[in-house]
Write a protein that binds this ligand. Structure first.
Ligand code: SF4
Length: 305
């Protein structure tokens, strides 16, 4: 199976104690069974702390109890991980060892990317031009899991969308063309005539948020008319990142409109967040941490209603 990577992928290194918004705060860490079994064998104070910290959450996952301010209990005062320090990197659970690396397995080929919710990954993603050239030349072959003709079609749609998004035109005009091309492609795919309508701001009221202040910022940004005239280069890279992350997901529901609506709606919100803060990397990373990293939130936003 062939693997495809955006150019920024291999340049990622965790900046650990220098991270401005660590992944060790705010999220539940799901512990895989092999790692948990190892943690049961660890002796001494750390072993006891590990065993005391693990519980089963309402979804049935084994997770660590978070400490004050939703911090991982193994995140030391020096902003380094006690498990890494005392047991070694090889004994991190899969969740911690992989983050922010994301693998998208399409059976006959695999695409890799980084999670925008990591500040260092966001810096690389929003700083890289021409990052997806490897992914624009994928051959699809027959497989049992899905219709290869549809995958070929989606890859063509994605290349066409990337061409639109890299035209030397204002971002607003490019997004309008993207929206129209999604409607046309959806008609070709399923015969449905569906316009790519923007999100109602009320949708964002229904979502879950880690941080109350971020909730207020995102809700306010969702209500405002988008101003896409500033930071166009970074916002274009953001849109391309989401295009490569989500469009091929249409292979299962045959729904191209949902990912394109997510992309257009999300970049508009991030652009409005940047208007207030002036910091495009932090705005995109914060939006991603609050919205994209939540399975439940993405379920709501990717629903075709
Ligand atoms: S968010 Fe990224 S850079 Fe920060 S600690 Fe986690 S992996 Fe490292």
């Amino acid at each position: 199976m062939k693997h495809y990577f955006p150019t920024y992928y291999r340049g990622f290194r965790c900046i650990a104690a220098d991270c401005p918004d660590s992944c060790c705060q705010g999220w539940d860490v799901v512990i895989d069974s092999e790692t948990e079994a190892y943690y049961h064998s660890v002796q001494g104070e750390l072993g006891e702390k590990l065993r005391e910290a693990i519980y089963t959450d309402p979804d049935g996952d084994r997770v660590f109890h978070l400490a004050e301010e939703k911090k991982c209990p193994f995140w030391g005062a020096d902003h380094l991980c006690d498990i890494f320090r005392e047991l070694g990197e090889e004994h991190l659970c899969d969740t911690c060892a992989r983050f922010p690396r994301i693998t998208m397995d399409y059976t006959t080929f695999t695409e890799h990317t980084l999670a925008l919710a990591c500040p260092e990954a966001a810096r690389l993603i929003l700083g890289a031009d021409d990052a997806y050239r490897e992914l624009s030349d994928i051959n699809c072959v027959d497989c049992e899991e899905y219709d290869a003709d549809v995958m070929c079609f989606l890859l063509r749609v994605r290349n066409h969308a990337a061409d639109i998004l890299t035209k030397p035109q204002p971002l607003t005009a490019r997004l309008e063309q993207l929206s129209k091309s999604a409607t046309k492609a959806q008609k070709e795919l399923t015969g449905e005539d569906v316009a790519c309508e923007p999100f109602s701001p009320d949708v964002f009221e229904q979502l879950e948020y880690i941080d109350e202040n971020n909730r207020k910022i995102i809700l306010q940004a969702a209500k405002e008319e988008a101003d896409l005239t500033q930071h166009e280069a970074e916002l274009t890279r953001l849109v391309l990142y989401w295009l490569y992350r989500y469009l091929l997901g249409a292979i299962e529901p045959y729904d191209l409109i949902a990912p394109i609506r997510f992309i257009i709606g999300s970049v508009s919100i991030v652009a409005n967040m940047v208007q207030k803060s002036g910091d495009v990397i932090t705005a995109a990373q914060t939006y991603s941490k609050e919205i994209e990293q939540s399975y439940e939130n993405m379920e709501v936003l990717m629903r075709n209603e």
